[in-house]
Write a protein that binds this ligand. Structure first.
Ligand SMILES: NC(=O)C1=CN([C@@H]2O[C@H](COP(=O)(O)OP(=O)(O)OC[C@H]3O[C@@H](n4cnc5c(N)ncnc54)[C@H](OP(=O)(O)O)[C@@H]3O)[C@@H](O)[C@H]2O)[C@@H](O)CC1
Ligand SMILES: [K+]
Length: 491
């Protein structure tokens, strides 16, 4: 396993890692009841910061998530809030820390049949990290009845799995989610991220030092991960020192490669060349004023272009066509060992022959599939996006960037970054070509492939976010310089 993300504040802990963090804190002498008191107190504080006193019902499950709920109910009641508490199980069934706090609650413990009544605010303390199966029965009815009111979820909206963001059975839409110490992947992955709404992370007294023994392998993507690797031009650089990106163009769908090439230019490649099929070179030449066009007739003449020493990274796939030549050329590109981005048709064409793709990998490679392309090359991988991307990276030896609103970037050594700054507007045809163009530019500047993929996804999303509604891919390209300026000013 690689060195993970250690103490980074935006590292994400899996459910098991969170249990390990709790256990390590308790081992260091912090009582579990204290952690629970702190957890409940920070939830109550977050509520009182956002809402004035109003009829509130706390829904408590049978475990420690429910225990947190008892603390919240007690503290709100002490502050004069009108609070009811509904528990899935009688108080005698609580154990350990949760039992301790259940016993401190002086109000009535109502059973689920009592319902949520006229409560305007619901505290969802049914299930957190211990979710093991679908939410159904009384728990589900209570959550369904809560929909449309303000819901504050403790740790996660009950039903959202902390590792995957997937909903087991049912999860209600929260207005606020308060979690502890570090977030989990499920706070960023869909649909969990949407169910959480605002996520607040509070300090419950777990020392950061517990992370040394855990070394989380997941993180939210952001400049802390890669900003130091970015290459900023210095006065002695000539154009090739700034990276020379080669984009392999196709014969018919020429727009895709042209979009990638323009994005690579804006992302800082000192030179960009499009390798164009001889028959189609005119269209590339007349539409790309400041981009070089080199024509090829077959795989061998394309290889000659790619092997030119000045070419420092290659992109193949956008618009190259679902033809066997694309498969042959993608394998050739990978075998040269040059840093490469494999996208679009150069992924899909390996449906049924993915081993050939993986065997050809001979250098740093970033693969950028969307869900459909991913399924063609990794048809047997099922489950959450983080799990699937990580397994795909380990199998292929490539950085796998699985695109979506919650893009996941996985390295073969197990590291995973989840991107969370993309607007929904980015789901537009051509946006993927821009992304692969940005990544090839960063590769050509010498960024390692994980950093290039993470930086590419973030810059792409940030540019789109700044533009807003009405976005087309050209706007993402046009917005790259402003994002780079902001990144440069952080140094
Ligand atoms: N020191 C600490 O550890 C700290 C932990 N903290 C808090 O603890 C939470 C984790 O607590 P937890 O491990 O007790 O799990 P929790 O989420 O309460 O659920 C387990 C119970 O629910 C049941 N159950 C599960 N799914 C079900 C379903 N679909 N339908 C019905 N039942 C279901 C499950 O039953 P079982 O699977 O055992 O049969 C079991 O009884 C964490 O999220 C945080 O809020 C904070 O206080 C900080 C300190
Ligand atoms: K919950």
């Amino acid at each position: 396993m690689a060195a993970g993300f250690g103490h980074a504040g935006n590292a994400l802990l899996t459910v098991q890692e969170m249990y390990a963090a709790d256990a390590a804190a308790i081992e260091q002498g912090i009582a579990g009841t204290t952690l629970m008191e702190n957890a409940g107190r920070t939830v109550a504080e977050a509520i009182m910061e956002r809402w004035s006193p109003r009829p509130t019902v706390v829904l408590c499950g049978p475990g420690n998530n429910g225990g947190d709920g008892f603390v919240v109910a007690r503290l709100l009641k002490e502050r004069g809030w009108p609070v009811r508490l509904v528990s899935l199980v009688p108080i005698g069934q609580f154990k350990g820390d949760a039992r301790h706090h259940a016993d401190l609650w002086t109000g009535e413990v109502e059973m689920p049949e009592a319902g949520i009544g006229d409560a305007a605010l619901i505290v969802d303390a049914l299930f957190g990290a211990g979710l093991t199966r679908d939410v159904d029965g009384a728990a589900r009815s209570l959550l369904e009845d809560s929909e449309g009111r303000d819901i504050v979820a403790i740790d996660v909206p009950s039903g959202v799995h902390g590792d995957t963001g997937q909903v087991l059975g049912y999860a209600a839409q929260a207005a606020l989610t308060v979690t502890f110490f570090r977030r989990k992947p499920g706070h960023l992955l869909l649909p969990g991220r949407v169910r959480c709404a605002e996520v607040v992370v509070t300090d419950i007294g777990i020392p950061k030092s517990v992370l040394e023994g855990i070394d989380p392998q997941q993180i939210e993507n952001g400049p802390e991960l890669w900003a130091e690797s970015l290459h900023w031009p210095n006065p002695t650089d000539h154009k090739y020192a700034r990276g020379h990106s080669l984009v392999v163009g196709g014969a018919i769908m020429t727009g895709a490669a042209r979009m990638s090439a323009k994005a690579a230019q804006r992302a800082g490649a000192g030179a960009v060349t499009v390798a164009a099929p001889a028959d189609a070179q005119t269209v590339y030449k007349v539409t790309l004023e400041s981009i070089m066009v080199a024509s090829y007739r077959d795989t061998s003449s394309l290889q000659d272009i790619i092997e030119m020493p000045k070419v420092s990274a290659v992109l193949i796939g956008p618009g190259t066509g679902m033809v066997t030549a694309t498969r042959e050329r993608a394998c050739m590109v990978l075998r040269t060992g040059k840093p490469a981005v494999v996208d679009a048709d150069a992924i899909s064409i390996f449906e049924g022959s993915s081993e050939l793709l993986f065997e050809s990998v001979n250098g740093p490679v970033v693969m950028t599939p969307h869900e459909g392309e991913f399924a063609r090359v990794f048809p047997d991988l099922q489950g959450g996006r983080l799990f699937r991307a990580r397994a795909a990276a380990a199998r292929s030896g490539c950085i796998v960037l699985l695109k979506g609103y919650d893009t996941v970037i996985a390295a073969p050594d197990g590291r995973v970054a989840i991107n969370a700054n993309a607007p929904a507007d980015l789901a537009t045809a051509g946006a993927g070509d821009v992304l692969s163009g940005i990544i090839v530019a960063l590769l050509s500047q010498g960024l390692p492939p994980f950093e290039a993929a993470c930086a590419g996804a973030w810059i792409h999303a940030e540019s789109a976010m700044a533009f807003g509604p009405g976005l087309i891919p050209e706007d993402v390209i046009a917005g790259i310089p402003a994002v780079l300026s902001t990144l440069k000013s952080r140094r």
